[in-house]
Design a protein around this ligand. Sequence first.
Ligand SMILES: [Zn+2]
Ligand SMILES: [Zn+2]
Length: 299
Amino acid sequence: MSDTILAAEPTIRIIAFLSVLAAMALWEVAAPRRRRDIPRVIRWTNNLALVVLDTAILRLTFPILAVGLAAMAEDRGWGLFNNIEAPVWVAIVVSMLLLDLAIYLQHVMFHAVPGLWRLHRMHHADLDFDATTGLRFHPVEILISMGIKLAVVATLGPPAVAVLLFEVTLNATALFNHANIELPRPVDRILRWIVVTPDMHRVHHSVDPSETNSNFGFNLPWWDRLLGTYVAQPKKGHKSMEIGIKQFRTRRDLWLDRMLIQPLRGPASGGALDAASQQMRSSSVSSGQTKLGNDQIDQ
Ligand SMILES: [Zn+2]
Ligand SMILES: [Zn+2]
């Protein structure tokens, strides 16, 4: 069983990735949510080049990735689910939930620890917000994430199929929830109880640190609601809010070489534990409450 999954994994991944990316690109043309500030050619070329680089570095660094390790754990009896008698569907559902919680907690940690924020802020430094933003992660962040995921898989012993389903779903939802697409408000309001929607995740890409440090979920929206990091809408509204972070705002910063050296540049400001951004947060929360009424919030 796990041999079949491993053999099919590359094909399933690439077909799912390319079809969701193509669907989002078409949807963005047909019904965009915001006007683009930066020509697509600059961002798409560099963001897609980064994905190719990230994938190559990941494959060259790790001898085994998450699905492979899950299959190995099944064979050798490693981890929780390979040592208890649970129906396979329970193991699949619980594993997918716990993997998603792990990704949420990891994302919070990348915002809270200054050295990790230096790596992760590159994801936030994109000056527009579209499907390719969802692919923009520093290679060192990708390696650390995989290390954490491998540790979770070794401990949990999830079925290999659960890990494959989780990774393919996460890849698809990341493309979807970064997409610059217009969803009717009632649809967004219902959908965001089930999956992180573009309007929900866009708040996380706001230049305002109180919004940058909210909505950490990539896939399921429940962790933010349960753990107190949920912000429903950006204070300035979706059309007027500023995307990105304060530090890197030139077009040159969007090029691949600049993205790669960004962790070494400037102070690690803007993260969740940064004192200056906390001050801004308390002042912007109070001014947000006085200046804006609720009717403006999901515009
Ligand atoms: Zn983030
Ligand atoms: Zn994002």
